[in-house]
Design a protein around this ligand. Structure first.
Ligand code: TYM
Length: 380
């Protein structure tokens, strides 16, 4: 197996990621400057994650904006598979989702796929996935979401709200197409084969509850795209709009290559890490540095392959001047990697300290966000 070979599936992301190739292979579209301008006309402000192409790919966003202009508003849908603690790489998508929610003044459905993680991960039992659903929910709420327009769907607990849509989806997806899209083989348990029907449901739930076809936009990393291909293929055949999506790149792990992923704890900063441990992980991060100080001073380093620089770019340096400045110093050999990490470490730990304090504050508010409220809507 070639270590550099690119693999991007909902279960595995590794190798050197070629985002242009993903757009081609997945059949999505690049977010163009024109499309950004169209969004900004409504949002009245730019977003650094769009400006720097962290969100780089989409499906049907122009159509979503056409409908929005016609006063046919969309809902947002994103989610999390609660297989462990949230890591820093999960947060930018949710931060951007909150921005879209505020700026377009719209509702968010957030799916916690505790069923997915139970059936796919042999080491997790029901108690584990319930615990991580709760823990991950705290991370979401700590980003400032409000219950009025945020509905958290927990698959196992809210199955009564999902099943009617799920069976409609499942009936239209053959095993051979699930195998082709997801690479399932005969060893997959039947829970796994069924699960794509469950991940499709929140794209339609608003339309189902309120009895009115409603557009839906899904912000997520591009690894989830196989689900949307299946969901879109089925949508119109069961009476709904195809969901649109807006897709982000991967926040890299702190080691070379791949995305930040819980399966490699030392390359991953969890939101629950102690400040000391987070700092240690930053200080051990992979960079684009040279073998010796002398070489680095002489030849400069390479921010394009550096995980530390990616954190500046996508999370911690919203000011373009600051980013350009550190990029220039890096390429010019003016700053060494150790010094650069010393800049990131306090940014990371300050963020974590604040996030962890807010997590504490939202602990008793989780129920306010429950999609169980939709049961009352259905009775009306
Ligand atoms: P999960 O829990 O693997 O990931 C949750 C979200 O985070 C994104 N993501 C990343 N983004 C940037 N950098 C990374 N290193 C990184 N790692 C993960 C994922 O793309 C995802 O957007 N099956 C899903 C749960 C789910 C879902 C959804 C996700 C259900 N419905 C709708 C997105 C949208 C899962 O296991 O995601």
């Amino acid at each position: 197996m070639n270590e550099d070979e690119m693999v991007v599936t909902p279960w595995e992301v590794r190798g050197k990621i070629d985002y242009d190739r993903l757009i081609k292979e997945f059949g999505t579209e690049r977010i163009t400057p024109d499309l950004k301008q169209r969004m900004y006309k409504i949002t009245k402000e730019k977003h650094v994650m769009l400006e720097r192409d962290y969100f780089f790919s989409h499906r049907d966003l122009n159509w979503i904006l056409d409908e929005y202009d016609k006063k046919n508003k969309f809902v947002l849908y994103t989610g999390r598979g609660p297989s462990g603690h949230t890591h820093i790489g999960h947060l930018p998508t949710w931060i951007f989702t909150k921005w879209m929610q505020d700026r377009f003044d719209t509702r968010l459905y957030f799916q916690m796929t505790n069923d997915e993680k139970f059936v796919f991960e042999s080491h997790l039992n029901l108690e584990d996935v319930r615990k991580f659903t709760y823990e991950n929910t705290l991370d979401l709420l700590a980003l400032g979401f409000e219950p009025e327009n945020t509905f958290i769907i927990q698959d196992i607990e809210h199955i009564d709200l999902m099943y009617e849509i799920a069976v409609q989806v499942a009936k239209k997806v053959t095993f051979s197409s699930a195998k082709a899209v997801f690479g399932f083989d005969n060893s997959m348990n039947i829970g796994g084969i069924w699960f794509p029907a469950m991940q499709a449901v929140p794209a339609f739930i608003h339309s189902w509850v309120y009895g009115k076809k409603t557009p839906c936009v899904i912000p997520c990393a591009i690894d989830q795209d196989p689900y949307w291909r299946v969901t879109r293929d089925v949508a119109e055949r069961i009476g709904y709009y195809k969901p649109a999506s807006i897709q982000n790149q991967f926040i890299p792990g702190l080691k070379e290559g791949g995305k930040m992923s819980a399966s490699d704890p030392m390359s991953t900063i969890f939101t629950t890490d102690t400040i000391k441990l987070a700092k240690k992980k930053v200080m051990n991060a992979f960079t684009g540095g040279r073998a010796t100080v002398e070489e680095q001073r002489r030849l400069g380093a390479n921010p394009d392959i550096c995980s530390v620089f990616k954190y500046y770019e996508f999370m911690f340096m919203p000011d373009d001047k600051d980013l350009a400045d550190i990029g220039r110093k890096c390429r010019g050999g003016e700053i060494l990697c150790g010094e650069c990490k010393q800049i990131l470490a306090p940014m990371m730990t300050e963020f974590l300290e604040k996030h962890q304090a807010t997590r504490e504050e939202v602990k008793d508010r989780v129920d306010e966000f429950s999609a169980a409220r939709l049961r009352d809507e259905l009775k009306r």
